[in-house]
Design a binder for this molecule. Sequence first.
Ligand SMILES: CC(C)(COP(=O)(O)OP(=O)(O)OC[C@H]1O[C@@H](n2cnc3c(N)ncnc32)[C@H](O)[C@@H]1OP(=O)(O)O)[C@@H](O)C(=O)NCCC(=O)NCCS
Length: 140
Amino acid sequence: VLTYRELGRAGDVEAARALFAAEHELSPYAADALASEHLVGWLAFDDERLVGAVLTRTMIAADGAECGGIDELLVSASHRSQGIGRWLLELAETYYRDTGAAGMQLTVRDENAAALHLYQSMGYNVVERRLRMWKRWRGG
Ligand SMILES: CC(C)(COP(=O)(O)OP(=O)(O)OC[C@H]1O[C@@H](n2cnc3c(N)ncnc32)[C@H](O)[C@@H]1OP(=O)(O)O)[C@@H](O)C(=O)NCCC(=O)NCCS
């Protein structure tokens, strides 16, 4: 049975971190989002098992508007294409709509077809394509 609730109980952050690690999605960005004092998240469970998470915080959009910012969305590979990702996003949108935000924003990689389809089907529009640049002194 699938259930959903807001992240916030003792052990939730650790459980979410374990989910991201198990799915090979614990990027430095995800780790930062999980450590943020501004984190607002929702979790999906299949019975007792954590199978999905959306990590958000308030962000200021390019036009200055306060938005719900999605840092991470993850559904266990074993539980994809069942509507869990969509429902996690709906929970986040409802929260930010109710708390007065102007909308939502996120960043997604061009080649992430599943995520792109999901976001576009929920009404998200592409506003910017970015180039990432770096200069390394060591490593890389
Ligand atoms: C992106 C992700 C969260 C989607 O979660 P999910 O629970 O499988 O998504 P849903 O079942 O809610 O799918 C909703 C919609 O997404 C789209 N979608 C989902 N998987 C898809 C796929 N493999 N290919 C194309 N579209 C897909 C469809 O439009 C789908 O709508 P439909 O069911 O009416 O066809 C999941 O694939 C995931 O965790 N990926 C790895 C992490 C990641 O990339 N996160 C996003 C980073 S920005």
